[in-house]
Design a protein around this ligand. Sequence first.
Ligand code: SF4
Length: 216
Amino acid sequence: MQEGFVSYQSSSSEDLAAQQRSLEAETEGVANSQTLIEKAIHWFQARSMFVVAYGTGCGAIEMPPVFTSRYDIERLGVVGVATPRQADILIVSGYASLKTLRRIIRTYEQMSEPKFVIALGSCTINGGMYWDSYNTIKKLEDYLGVDMYVAGCMPRPEALIEGFVKLQAAIRDQTLEPGYVRYRDNYDWYRHNQEKVLGKNIAPQYEENYAGMELS
Ligand code: SF4
């Protein structure tokens, strides 16, 4: 697992509560050199997460309870949003076929920075039960910059909530090397991997679509 990444281990609700308490205690003690304004900005950023309403694989079934009355993640400042252009978080919620990967990349590239990716379920980490499938990807990190893995098949809503809590702590304390920075800095590598499985014609092709267009 890459440095800075955290995976979820399934546990009873008491264990989960204990883990969350220890996580909060750890992050409270993080000494950093942020100014008061920076601290406020990062706190607000962590507490106002807009998640693009997009689901793939089995996690698309597990996510609705998280965002509705049963688990009500809005109390933590996490809400769904209909368009990637206003979203901060993309959840890739399970196996991704090559056909779906094309849409995932398009969605991700339409989101503005700062943006974060949560990979939900074993299929996003190592292919899971589809590891030898001829048309699903094995490792999401080869194609996008992933910020948080929530392991399991399928992780329960509590696991996804813990993933959000950890991601919020990392954003608030600036202890994360953001995936979008990795993606931007190593774009050629990611693009090479994308083209290896999807061919050259990966949307969006901004240069080709707008080449020769006159702006009015
Ligand atoms: S990890 Fe399991 S539950 Fe999730 S998409 Fe893969 S097979 Fe489905």
